[in-house]
Design a binder for this molecule. Structure first.
Ligand SMILES: Nc1ncnc2c1ncn2[C@@H]1O[C@H](COP(=O)(O)OP(=O)(O)OP(=O)(O)O)[C@@H](O)[C@H]1O
Length: 252
């Protein structure tokens, strides 16, 4: 694969915890504009790899490049400024604020003008068009003036995604975006993630294989810390090693 078409590249990533190797020499190429899924059975190393890529933990060996820049030792805040944002951490939504206010705060933060937060109401309304655009994008129009604390779980996650999109990231990292969602929210969120492809790049860890099949352009399969397959859903689903990995345990 040509490196120029890849927004995120990892080479030889390794993470050991004491004597235990959780991620072992993984190479990963995430192509610009793709929806890319990381899958594998329980304990395969998906979360560890995701935490390495998002800089929550440091690798024992290997390196990571974002848009060609070495970010192996960059702190998470620095990579966010470069355009790589990890979403779906509900804790980053302000529960006492409404949907409208949460998205406006995210837009203000992105504009780096948080000091203006306390300025006149009129000044704050300059974000209204963008707030409405994002609210519509994630399907929260009827709940725009609802406090985040009062949103159902799936809608809270939609709000989290809207606040992430407010930062206009080139690469969005989603950690199990469908976890805990009912079927209706799964369908809505799948359609939303699918719609991000092309304009944004998405890398997600996801357990729901139907969702992975429906929305991913490319899939990387891990087992026991190693990459065992990569390709389209049909390609990885036909791979013998992948089939035996999933037959051996619960889907993960
Ligand atoms: N901080 C840690 N200390 C020790 N071992 C760890 C640590 N984090 C993860 N591991 C081990 O590394 C292995 C991979 O874990 P990881 O959570 O990355 O897998 P996973 O594919 O995300 O699994 P699941 O689908 O169950 O969430 C597991 O055996 C786990 O016990």
């Amino acid at each position: 694969m040509s490196t120029s078409s890849c927004i995120l590249e990892a080479r030889g990533l390794r993470k050991s915890f004491g004597g235990f190797v959780a991620v072992s020499g993984v190479d990963l190429d995430v192509e610009t504009g793709n929806i890319h899924a990381l899958i594998g059975p329980n304990g395969a190393g998906k979360s560890t790899l995701f935490n390495l890529l998002t800089k929550f933990i440091q690798p024992t060996a290997g390196d990571i490049r974002f848009k060609g820049k070495d970010i192996t030792h960059a702190p998470p805040a620095a990579i966010a400024r470069l355009g790589m944002v990890r979403s779906f951490q509900i804790s980053s939504v302000f529960l006492h604020l409404t949907v409208y206010e949460n998205i406006r705060v995210a837009l203000q933060a992105h504009g780096r003008d948080t000091w203006r937060f306390w300025r006149s109401e009129r000044g704050l309304h300059r974000f209204d068009d963008q707030v409405h655009e994002l609210v519509c994008q994630v399907g929260l129009e009827p709940l725009i003036y609802t406090r985040a604390a009062d949103l159902p779980y799936g809608r809270k996650r939609a709000l989290e995604l809207a606040t992430t999109l407010a930062l206009d990231p080139e690469l969005i990292l989603l950690d199990e975006p469908m976890a805990g969602m009912g079927q209706e929210d799964i369908e809505r969120t799948s359609a939303l993630i699918r719609s991000l492809g092309g304009k944004h790049t998405v890398l997600m860890v996801e357990h729901n294989l139907k969702v992975v099949a429906d929305i991913s352009d490319r899939i990387t399969v891990l087992r026991r810390g190693e990459k065992i397959a990569e390709g389209s859903y049909d390609e990885v689903a036909a791979n013998e090693e992948v089939r035996s990995a999933y037959m051996g345990g619960a889907h993960g």
